[in-house]
Design a protein around this ligand. Sequence first.
Ligand SMILES: Nc1ncnc2c1ncn2[C@@H]1O[C@H](COP(=O)(O)OP(=O)(O)OP(=O)(O)O)[C@@H](O)[C@H]1O
Ligand SMILES: [Mg+2]
Length: 438
Amino acid sequence: MNLKKENVLIVDDNYDMLNLLQRHLKSFDYYTYKASSVNEALDVLKHNTIDLLITDLNIPDINGIELLKYAEEHYPLLPKLIITGLPSIENVVRAIKSGALDYLIKPFTAEELQKAIQNSSQKRKPIVENIHDKAENNYAGITGCSKKFKNLVEIIKRVENNKVSVLIEGESGTGKELIAKAIHFKGAFSNMPFISVNCSGIPENLIESELFGYVKGAFTGAGESRIGFFQAASGGTIFLDEIGTASLALQTRLLRVLQEKEITKVGSRTPEKLDVRIIAATNDDLFQMVQKGTFREDLYYRLNVINIKTEPLRERKEDIIHLLNNFIKKYSAELNKPGITINSKVTEILLRYSWPGNVRELENVIQNMIVMSDDTIELQHIPEHLKYHIPEQKGTLKSLKEYEKEQIIKVLAAVNNNKTKAAQILQIDRKTLNQKIM
Ligand SMILES: Nc1ncnc2c1ncn2[C@@H]1O[C@H](COP(=O)(O)OP(=O)(O)OP(=O)(O)O)[C@@H](O)[C@H]1O
Ligand SMILES: [Mg+2]
């Protein structure tokens, strides 16, 4: 199990240097990922949980400084160390300014390397303390402290007071609905209605009447006139959730509304003017669907005037700590366990986990841990599927056993740690499953 071992990413275009670093790091009990170019390094950073980055400065394709800058922007909590063969003060200063915590000059001894690593982990940013200093970190219930969070709030503020269409794209549980509500309830039309429509839930034969309403006598059973979703949202916002699941028939109707900005009730001939803001959300790749012909291109462009992409939690680790603190505060009060604390080892595991269910999963896990613990959340309170999680090791070859373990973890995560269900999917019995995850 790769829980305690820290993962170090080493970047150098010289294979001898990579091997040497790997040998040293292995002897200090680190797990290493090797990259011989900046692109390779970015790929590793994207797909794995890395605890320390060691990079050469002179890499042919893209300079090591660029890598540092990228890492500083996207992984601000990741300690970074540089190694250089040609120590110019200017380069070292640039590297430090770009986020490196320490530097090492080639050739170096194992002891020097170890010292530099210790040094940079001591200088590591005090994440938890830092967070409480941040002034604005809550916007209509959306909380965070990462740069990505700040950019998000910036966009929301720009769109909340006008009625341009917004498309929110992102993985499940990343807060798409929360953002849609923030735009509406923070904006100038917050006293008007917010109507949420799940696009997967409208039966084909009811699309027209659900969206546009009907007049009395329009069809058998239409005893009274009724307004549809669009008119219900009049003056406010209609939230088209899961737009990627909309049938082609629904897409066509929606497009017509967006083009004509008016609707006609079923059974009526009089079009009525419409004044609503449209916010759509999806966890599908709509652009790809357009390309494949399963989503109408014209509708895509009408919806996608302003695009908001929510970032997965694993790509904004500093938000994990922030959300963690917030949820602990919230649920310890709700569950009547004030003053509950969390063991820092638990925090560490939570930071290393990849959170496929994003904020929703984090929120559930915290609630669960608070229920299970007394005054401190300890290692034993962590749900099993998190403990057995191993970061994906892209590019490295694995043994069958490792594959098996990963598959078990994935399935457990997907079924919310329900072992009976997991065993069914994996086609093994529960007892075997238990043995395998011991
Ligand atoms: N930045 C955040 N701060 C606080 N809570 C958040 C944040 N992002 C998401 N949440 C919480 O996570 C849960 C999931 O959010 P939400 O329902 O908006 O996700 P979603 O992207 O619409 O997911 P899905 O695609 O599965 O519908 C909610 O309980 C929400 O309050
Ligand atoms: Mg949603």
